[in-house]
Structure formats: structure tokens, C-alpha cells
Design a protein around this ligand. Sequence first.
Ligand SMILES: [Fe+2]
Length: 451
Amino acid sequence: MRDLPWPARAYLVAVIGVAAALIVRGVVVSGAPVAPENLDILLVLALLFLVCESMPTLLNVEQFAVSVSFSASLAAVVLLGPEGAALVGLTAVVSVRPGLPWIKRLFNGAQFAICGFAAGWVYVALDGQVGVPQVNAFDDLIGPYVAATAVFVPLNIVLTLTVIALATGSRATEVPMRGMVQFLLSYLGYGTFGLLVAGLWATVASISAVLVLVPLFVARWAFGQYHAQQRSYDATIAALCQAVETKDYYTRGHCTRVSHASSMIAQEIGMGVERVRAIRYAGMLHDVGKLGVPTKVLQKDGPLTEEEFAAIQLHPMRGLEIVRGIGFLDEAYAGIMHHHERHDGTGYPMGLAGDEIPEFAKVIAVADAFDSMTSDRSYRGARPVPVAVEELRKCAGTHFDPVMVAAFIRALEREPWQSPPRIGPPPPEAAESPIKDHDDPTMPIEVVTGQ
Ligand SMILES: [Fe+2]
């Protein structure tokens, strides 16, 4: 807690104080926050909340984890009212999450208690009936329940994002709008399960919680496993990239930037989520075949012999050989294999032209050349973005597919490019730095024939 900036500390104290005041108020006003005959409902919902809260799963949005526990809170809004919902949320304090600091536990419990109470208050204010709903009265509680969910979810997000923003600066709130919409929809969708728990309680009582929330919890757990798998894929790809980049001081970060530029183009031309992910991998791995090219050829000062140039030209094939066994790459193979083909058919390794070139390869070719031009090399400094864009325009229709060039230019207008920081001369222990770069369309490799 002492490490936090004072605004974050003040905010934490305020949130925890408000939650404590709400609970105390419940005791003072009605003698007990929950009627004794409803203690079994409180116990079941609190237990369910605790189980779900103990295993949050990551969403497809960086920095966010979500648990289905809030469905139990929303069921408590209907079955127990505002004070009961606050108590259910408070159990987040004792969730089984080893290593979670006590201050985070307190904050989680407090913010869930506030959200539960606020949602319950709105539910009651809109004439929502508190208690086990009767079958013929079920329709009447749908409107108030939707309003309660519409309060709980944004309040939960705002309270959490505020503490992250205060504790870490504003970076944590820079979540892409698309990610935020996905997060919000996911939350609102899962909110409906709370209504099902409440609705089924009249018929099957506590079994309703098991019937509705446990399968949901298992689905979320499976989703979490999927994300863990994605993270291990990312780590594998990153390790391969690092292996390539250690061969060349000046191309550090190149794979990541090509990957980013490729996904910008892919999104611009309307590729689906799965293909964008695949092209991100392809961009990261496009030059992995350099691992199979002798370092002395990559670093050679001056013109290359025909044999040496042939070794360079083999790197897309070598790349394919290296990653062929990695099952999840799918379409990325084509991107790796053909990223040096040219639109006019004069590229390599197969001399494909126009529509013969796979779409992934067309995308990566533009991204690769652009990043090469806008980053420092041993033989020249980085070119400004407008100069590189002009070069892409000039080479559209000959070197590059004009559709991909146009898409990249549109994407750059929407999302300005962050050129990498200037690189000084390499330290003595990293003397590997090729004199020419085969990705740079403005500096073709010189080949000496007849040697
Ligand atoms: Fe390459």
C-alpha cells in the first residue's frame, strides 16, 4: 500500500469506507442485512460467488480478467435485496487467490459490495420485488433486473479502471475501444444468468445456482485454458523471433513491428479475427529462415557472389522447414514462404506474380519493406515515414500489390506509425550487423556474377 501514489491510496480508503458504511447501515436500519429465513440463500450465493471469484479467467483483452461471480451478486439483488447483494460481493475478500495482496482483496470485496448495493437499490427503486420470485410475477422483475445489471456492470468497470489508472498512471485505461465493447458485452451477457438463478429458485431452490452457474463456470474455465494456450503460442513465437534477431544487431524489434504493420493491413482489408492472429504470427516469423543462412553471408560487407545470394534467397524455404511442424500456424506458412515474391513476378523463391502470390505474403511484403525503411541500418539512418510511404506508392504495381499498399496507407492515417528509437553503433560484443538488408527495396543487394 505504501508503494502506491497518494491519490490511489485515498481512493482505496474511500471505496473501502463507503462499502463498510453500506454494510453498517444495513445492520442499523433493519437489524440485520438479511432476514434469518434467507440465510440459506445468502450462504449458497456467497459460496458460489467465492468459487467463481477464486478462478477468474482472462478475456481476449490485455490486462483484463473476468469471473462469473457477478452473476451470483445479481441473483442476490433479486433474492435478497441491496444489503444481501452487498454481503455476497463482500466475500471477494476471502477468495482463494494465493499471493493476492490484502489491500487488493479488501478493494475487490468493497467494490463488489458497492456495485451489488447500487444495483439492488436501482432494482428496488424500479419496483423490483425482492424475494424468491413467483412464476406469475417473473415478467415484472425483468425490467428492474436489466436496469440493475446496467448499473452493476459499468460501475464495476469504472471502480476497477479508476484504481488501476491511479496506481499505474493512465496506461492501464488505454484499452482499445473494440476490446472494451467486447468486455462490456461479455459482462452484460453473463449478467442474464443471475436472473435465471433467481427465476429457478422457486422450483429447485439452491440447486438452481448449481444448474445455472456451475456449467457457466466450467465454460469460463475452458475459455481460460484456451487463453493459456494462446499465451504459450505467443511465447514460442517470441523465442523464435529473438533467436533470429540475435543474428543481427540492427534488426532488433523488426519482427514485432512487421507483425504489427501486417495486422494493421489485415484489419484494414477486413480479415477476420483468426486470420489476423495468423498473420500476426506470420509477421513475427517471416525471417525465421535466416537462422539457416550462414551469418557471414548475412553480414558480408560488399557485393554477394551468386552462391551467397542464392543462400539468402533460400531463407523463405528454410523458414518453412523450421516452422512446418508447428500446427497452429496454418496460413502463416504461405506468408513466410512467399514474403519476397514481387507483384511483377521478379521476386523469390518461386517468381510468383499478381494473384498467384498468397494474400498473407502480399501483406507481409509491404509491412517488411516499410519497417526496414523506417528503422536504422548500419549503412544508413532511418527514413521518415512520409518518405517510406512515398517509396511504397512508387513500387505499388511492380514490387508490391497496390491493394495492400493502399490499405496500409489508409491504416497509417488512422493509426500513426511509431518509428523505433534511433540505434547507436553496436556494442563491441554485438558486432554482427549486415551491411545490406534484403528487405529494403531502396537498397538492393549487389550480386557479382561469374565468380
Ligand atoms: Fe525476408
